[in-house]
Design a binder for this molecule. Structure first.
Ligand code: ARG
Length: 456
């Protein structure tokens, strides 16, 4: 029997019923639905809208339903229209008329709005912990490899020397911004819609500050039309999650490249790699590829939410039921990616020798060679040109700047002396980049410390 049976003379068509139902995806909010209902019933009792004794019966009944659901004594009836209908129906089956008083001064519109905020508030806290775990793992690897010289790239061409520690700490900065975005989202999410009713509040003398306090919201929605129909926080969360996926996807792309024989900078642990059904030699970075691929799902979820919301007149419209599958999918996907990605990075074997060998080729100290001349008084443009000539010479002779004899240097520019070899040593090139934010060991270690303190 439907909640709204009184107005209707027949049952809803079976397929329409399935089409209309949301229980398959909103049942995951059963705890929040009960939490919200307990707060609502308590408030109704305190305000004298229902008898205090009846409010107590309702609260106890709801707690029992919760216990029974938690320990598997009660199963959610998937034929119910939604989780709100199911919980209220179960309560009424247990308490009779008293159960029927719960929905006084409330609509499913403000009910679903509060449930979703409560649910996503919890998810957001879990997501923050997972992001912090990844940052911690990055810091540990960065500390361990703070002086592992590797080529830094632009255009995927070897550019200037950096360290592996410096490289991966870039991702910790992205993830710190992600934490900031989650915090911002939380602030706006933490506003209570309960009491907005269907759209225009209620004529009962309810006290929204009581429910707001019980449910630990920072504020109470100030306009009932907006309160029931605001889903900005879902979009903001999906946006924050999309950016997390952008970052994980970029990181994944690098891991995939680094695992190739062309790079071999890292090797993934067997527990986080997969083989091929035909090629016995293969060890594939499937996990990183999947994370890169799953970013598409999360961007899709964001697009779904934006599109669902963009043309809806005030206030509640059933379109808004489409919010849940999209935002839950985004939340679940990011949680799953982080829980797999983090131990993959933690157990990843780094191969500093291969990074050092790659750094030795590609003239990544050419800028330092030019800077050496500049420090001896030559204008930068002239120094740049002289070094370019030297690089061309090295390429012709199959040499590197380190192995080019001093006479060849002097023939191009007489300012050169033996000191150039020290100036272009890769280790020194890295250490001399001691500017705040740069790759020197001291910088990287202090960045690691700053980041660790920040997330503590
Ligand atoms: N299942 C609905 C949703 O997720 C709950 C609210 C129903 N309200 C209504 N007026 N039909 O949006």
């Amino acid at each position: 029997m439907k909640l709204w049976a009184g107005r209707f003379s027949k049952e809803v068509d079976k397929k329409t019923n399935d089409f209309n139902s949301s229980i398959s995806f909103d049942s995951r909010m059963y705890k929040e639905d009960i939490e919200g209902s307990i707060a609502h019933a308590t408030m109704l009792g305190e305000c004298g809208i229902i008898d205090k004794s009846e409010a107590d019966l309702i609260c106890n009944g709801l707690k029992q339903v919760l216990d029974d659901l938690n320990n598997g004594k009660l199963a959610i009836d998937m034929n119910s229209e939604d989780i709100h209908t199911f919980i209220e129906g179960e309560l009424t089956a247990r308490l009779g008329d008293t159960g029927k008083r719960l929905h006084t001064a409330r609509s499913r519109n403000d009910q679903v709005a509060v449930d979703l905020r409560l649910n996503l508030r919890k998810e957001l806290k879990e997501l923050k912990l997972l992001v912090k775990e990844l940052i911690t793992v990055i810091c540990n690897q960065a500390e361990k490899y703070c002086d592992a010289v590797m080529p830094g790239y632009t255009h995927l061409q070897r550019a200037q020397p950096i360290t592996f520690g410096h490289h991966i700490m870039a991702y910790s900065e992205m993830l710190l911004r992600d934490l900031g975005r989650l915090d911002d989202t939380y602030k706006r999410m933490n506003e209570m819609p309960l009491g907005c009713g269907a759209l225009a509040t209620t004529t009962y003398p309810i006290d929204r500050t009581i429910t707001g306090r019980l449910l630990e919201f920072d504020r109470i929605a100030s306009n009932s039309l907006d309160g029931v129909s605001d889903r900005d926080y879902c979009i903001e969360l999906a946006n924050a999650l999309s950016l997390i996926m952008v970052h994980l996807s970029r990181f994944s792309e690098e891991i995939i490249m680094w695992c190739s024989w062309e790079f071999k900078f890292v090797e993934l642990d067997d527990a986080f790699s997969t083989g091929s059904s035909i090629m016995p030699q293969k060890k594939n970075p499937d996990i990183a590829e999947l994370v890169r691929g799953k970013s598409g799902r999360v961007f899709g979820d964001l697009m779904t939410l934006l599109t669902v919301m963009k043309g809806i007149p005030l206030a509640y419209n059933k379109d808004m039921q489409e919010d849940k599958e999209a935002i839950f999918d985004a939340v679940d996907t990011v949680k799953m990616c982080l829980t797999t990605f983090t131990p993959m990075i933690e157990t990843m074997k780094v191969i500093p020798e291969n990074m050092r060998n790659a750094a030795a080729k590609g003239f990544i100290n050419a800028t330092d060679c030019a800077d050496y001349l500049v420090k001896k008084g030559l204008p930068f443009r002239d120094a740049y040109k002289a070094t370019g000539t030297l690089v061309a010479l090295c390429i012709k002779k199959g040499l590197t700047l380190e192995t080019l004899p001093i006479e060849e240097y002097k023939a191009v520019c007489e300012i050169f002396d033996e000191g150039v070899y020290d100036a272009i040593s890769l280790e020194k090139c890295v250490e001399d980049r001691a500017v705040y934010g740069g790759p020197s060991k001291k910088n990287v270690l202090s960045q690691v410390e700053r980041v660790r303190n920040y997330i503590k």
